[in-house]
Write a protein that binds this ligand. Structure first.
Ligand SMILES: CC(C)(COP(=O)(O)OP(=O)(O)OC[C@H]1O[C@@H](n2cnc3c(N)ncnc32)[C@H](O[C@H]2O[C@H](COP(=O)(O)OP(=O)(O)OP(=O)(O)O)[C@@H](O)[C@H]2O)[C@@H]1O)[C@@H](O)C(=O)NCCC(=O)NCCS
Ligand SMILES: Nc1ncnc2[nH]cnc12
Length: 265
């Protein structure tokens, strides 16, 4: 919800417009996000206190696929949050393993470990991501998770924290975090629509705006992205995951206090 409501985002659905999408809207994105609440709750429930294993990987893959079905039912067949179900599903599972006491670094490592187990039910359907990975030799959503989310660990979270420390308002800090992701991520959503040229353009223009720090440029960047049919959907998903992880740290400290004193305040 916080990701889709962040405004103004280039090429993505936000409170102002639908970016480079004909089949998406803020209403649909909210409906889709709400339809996924139970999916994430179920993933947290079955992961609670466990460790990464092949059987847990299978269990959350089943729930994740059921979540995709819920999403498609809620959206009338439009892909709104497939990448988010994947990334957030793994991270919610990893956070629940530690029952709230793991650091962000530990959560990322556990999520990566889970993602490295084989997917026993992978179908023969060829996805946009698979085609982009094959054609352009990029890692895609699967590789990002299996490598323990390097773009969250090294790019979006540090940028979010640094921007806040520099005194930026929360909305701007989040936009900086998103731009930092777009400027480096090999987003298969951009690649399959517009090829390497579109990806290089998106990376270059986002880095330029970020380096000037002038977010007024975001409205014209949105128009440029719309003109070139660029949608940084993978970066949007990783931003959502970043915002989720960012909320874990205060919970961890509270859990540590509870463990130390054996009580809840
Ligand atoms: C491992 C899976 C994620 C499958 O991955 P794969 O790459 O095979 O499949 P895709 O269908 O292409 O979905 C990947 C989505 O991940 C996002 N993404 C892209 N690049 C990256 C990246 N570098 N790092 C992280 N995430 C990335 C992106 O999602 C967003 O875009 C979606 C719209 O995409 P698409 O439909 O291609 O675009 P449109 O142009 O709008 O479509 P058309 O007009 O052409 O129809 C949107 O949903 C955003 O979320 C990629 O799309 C995983 O799904 C899987 O294996 N699942 C099985 C269940 C499971 O194991 N779950 C366990 C955890 S719950
Ligand atoms: N805000 C957004 N707009 C378009 N695609 C997305 N995928 C995930 N978040 C999105």
């Amino acid at each position: 919800m916080e990701e889709v409501e962040l405004t103004p985002k280039p090429g993505l659905v936000d409170l102002d417009n639908d970016g480079s999408h004909q089949d998406l809207s803020i209403h649909l994105m909210r409906k889709s996000a709400l339809s996924l609440q139970e999916t994430f709750a179920r993933i947290a429930y079955i992961s609670h206190g466990r460790s990464p294993s092949l059987s847990l990987r299978r269990e959350i893959a089943t729930i994740g696929r059921e979540g995709e079905t819920c999403m498609f039912k809620a959206t009338g067949g439009v892909n709104t949050h497939k990448g988010a179900i994947w990334a957030m599903g793994l991270l919610v599972s990893a956070a629940a393993m530690g029952t709230g006491s793991h650091t962000i670094k530990e959560v990322l490592a556990l999520a990566g470990e889970t993602a490295r187990y084989p997917d026993c039910h992978s179908s023969i359907t060829v996805t946009n991501g698979m085609m982009a990975q094959k054609k352009y030799g990029v890692l895609g959503a699967r590789g990002e998770a299996q490598r323990e989310f390097p773009h969250i660990r090294n790019v979006s979270l540090p940028m979010l924290h640094r921007s806040r420390a520099n005194g930026l308002p929360e909305n701007e800090a989040r936009l900086h975090s998103l731009l930092a992701l777009i400027s480096v991520l090999d987003d298969t959503c951009i690649l399959h629509r517009g090829g390497r040229g579109a990806l290089l353009f998106a990376k270059k223009r986002s880095a330029e705006i970020l380096s000037t720090g002038r977010l007024e440029g975001l409205d014209s960047l949105n128009e440029e992205f719309m003109l070139h049919d660029i949608s940084p959907g993978g970066s949007a998903d990783l931003l959502a995951a970043t915002l989720f992880l960012d909320k874990l740290e205060p919970n961890r400290i509270e859990a540590e206090v509870q463990n130390a004193f054996g009580c809840t305040y």
